[in-house]
Unconditional design. Structure first.
Length: 143
């Protein structure tokens, strides 16, 4: 099931990039992210409430400085990532920006290692080299 969900996420990320490219042609990246985030907030707030998680999750956040710190870090990282990819899409296009941005799994591995001491395996290193080769090809032929 996790593979289906991961592929589904990839599918929806791809769709969102293409739709965002068209949105950014008509309104600013800032306004678009604000509207999309507000809608996402309201929908997921409702889902968390009806799923029965909201109250206990808010208690967990309030009682753990570490969790609150992780959430703040996640908020800033997500916001900065959304702004960076938005302006990258505006400067080039969704296809090329997305193909370059696909390198983010390398940073997942590095942050996992440096922040939480998770192991980096040889397949991860080899996969990372292949990703960087792909980025080089995309960048070199799209100047």
């Amino acid at each position: 099931m996790w593979v289906f969900l991961a592929i589904s996420a990839s599918l929806f990320w791809g769709l969102s990039y293409v739709l965002n490219e068209e949105i950014y042609k008509r309104i600013s990246v800032y306004t678009a992210i604000c509207v999309l985030s507000l809608a996402s907030f309201l929908i997921t707030l409702g889902l968390a409430h009806f799923n029965g998680n909201l109250k206990s999750d808010l208690v967990a956040i309030g009682s753990s400085k570490t969790l609150a710190f992780y959430l703040l870090g996640g908020i800033f990282a997500l916001l900065l990532a959304e702004l960076c990819i938005g302006f990258s899409i505006v400067a080039k296009n969704a296809t090329v920006a997305g193909l370059i941005e696909v390198s983010y799994p390398l940073f997942i591995a590095l942050f996992s290692y440096f922040l939480f001491k998770h192991q980096i395996t040889m397949p991860t290193v080899i996969g990372g080299m292949v990703i960087f080769l792909g980025i080089f090809i995309v960048y070199f032929f799209n100047k």
